[in-house]
Design a protein around this ligand. Structure first.
Ligand SMILES: [Zn+2]
Length: 141
């Protein structure tokens, strides 16, 4: 009988909004993140990472949070009702493997953001098939 090495276990990180009402833990690879030039990501300055819902644990009542969505059939974002920081999103997209949580890496409390390798999406132009690239895409057409 052979034994295989266990799957690599990703580290657990802690995160929060600014005022501390919203706290969470998430198991993810925080060495990489994504930014997007779409109308909401660019205004929020969101640095995203996608995880499965069971990797994310919220420490407050989700019903106490504010939400906003441009495409409610795909996803919505959750904001602290006190300090208004956008911390995470929930959604469902087959291309992402079904249900997902998008973590705003800017809200992690134990990660050096300058060390996160950023990939850039061209969401502004629905140019998802182009994939990630190491430099930002323009906003102009
Ligand atoms: Zn807050």
């Amino acid at each position: 009988m052979t034994t295989s090495s266990p799957d690599p276990v990703l580290p657990v990180h802690r995160g929060s909004c600014h005022c501390g009402h919203l706290r969470f833990t998430v198991r993810l690879d925080a060495t990489r993140g994504t930014r997007c030039n779409c109308t909401i990501c660019s205004k929020l300055g969101w640095t995203g990472a996608i995880v499965r819902p069971d990797a994310f644990t919220l420490a407050c009542d989700e019903a106490s949070l504010d939400t906003y969505s441009r495409h409610p059939e795909i996803a919505q974002r959750y904001f602290c009702p006190r300090c208004h920081i956008g911390v995470y999103g929930r959604g469902h997209l087959a291309q992402l493997g079904g249900d997902f949580v998008s973590i705003n890496l800017n809200c992690l409390d134990d990660v050096e953001l300058a060390a996160v390798e950023i990939g850039y999406w061209d969401g502004r132009h629905d140019n998802w098939q182009a994939g990630l690239r190491p430099t930002p895409w323009p906003i102009a057409p």
